[in-house]
Ligand binder design. Structure first.
Ligand code: FES
Length: 142
């Protein structure tokens, strides 16, 4: 069963919407279930000032996207890069075993949006964790 935090973020999702002139954007889908997430980051001086999302997905996916925007707002991009799917699950007080994968949508979109930002700025140095760029599958690109 879902935690109170998951239910709260699902019923009252934070930071829903589109961010015009976003500095980092990602569209990630899960081909297994068809859920997808758009994430928009506003970044000033390497710090995330705004995060917005649009999601078509299950309650867990919506809650994960919502809490991801809360976790990263105000963070330096290098610290935001370290936000993992485990951190997202922890921030929600846990997810049922069969819903653990839903957190991947938030974390993958976050990393893809940060990569988009790094590419736009022609950032030379790699992100601190050494993680590779999230690769979209053919289904995710559609
Ligand atoms: Fe697809 Fe939750 S069931 S992300």
């Amino acid at each position: 069963m879902y935690t109170d935090k998951v239910i709260d973020h699902f019923r009252n999702p934070r930071n829903v919407g589109y961010l015009e002139d976003a500095d980092g954007v990602a569209q990630i889908g899960d081909p297994r279930c068809g859920d997808y997430l758009f994430l928009f980051l506003g970044i000033r001086d390497n710090r995330i000032t705004e995060a917005r999302f649009l999601c078509r997905g299950c309650p867990a996916a919506i809650a994960c996207a919502s809490v991801t925007t809360e976790l990263v707002t105000g963070k330096h991009v290098d610290d935001a890069w370290m936000v993992s799917d485990e951190a997202i699950v922890e921030a929600l007080g846990g997810l049922p075993e069969e819903k653990q994968h839903c957190s991947n949508l938030g974390a993958t979109a976050l990393h893809a949006a940060l990569f988009d930002y790094f590419e736009r700025r022609n950032r030379q140095e790699p992100p601190p964790s050494g993680l590779d760029r999230p690769e979209a599958t053919d289904e995710q690109r559609d």
